[in-house]
Ligand binder design. Sequence first.
Ligand code: SF4
Ligand code: SF4
Length: 198
Amino acid sequence: MPQTTAQTFRTALIQEEDLSLLEEVSMKTAGVSHLEMCIQCGSCGGSCPPAEEMDHTPRMLFAMLRAGMRDAVLQSNTPWICVSCYHCVVRCPQNVHITDVMYTLKSMAIREKKYRDATAPEFSETFVDMVEKYGRSFEFGLATRHYLKHAPLRLVGMSTMGLGMLTKGRMSITPRKIKGMPQLKAILDKAKELELTS
Ligand code: SF4
Ligand code: SF4
């Protein structure tokens, strides 16, 4: 009989710790993650507004990281549910940069195509495409592309709000590029180059 996630987790914990995943995530996180300092106190999960929607609390996810459970961590919906509110970071007694770690896990899940539900990763990729093309978000294009692909019927329900935003000038129907596109492109190219060599 296949093991449940909880059983796999317990098995991994009894085995010798495999810190290679924790080190990899820590290295890929901007700045100093302090991930190895986590004492499993649970303050992060306790202060996380959308924790109930997560399949693992941040505390549990970090224990799984420490246990080297690569697939289970990268398949978890936790980083995708995180709304980057930083409540956990403020309350963490060990100064673990939890939100930044969530970004790292999202980027690893996209690169390794390990996510279970493509909705959030594809939204994220569309957003990045827009920023690379125009230097800023293009809400009209972002929402249209996303809903057409993932929830076409919801487009009808959103049309009144969209129309209101368009007529009040809160949203534009055509994208506008920023002036500093060459500079932004140079920054993004350098970031990609650094990412490839890291
Ligand atoms: S609050 Fe910090 S130390 Fe406590 S479980 Fe979360 S990450 Fe670990
Ligand atoms: S930053 Fe993410 S993980 Fe932290 S409390 Fe907010 S939603 Fe939860």
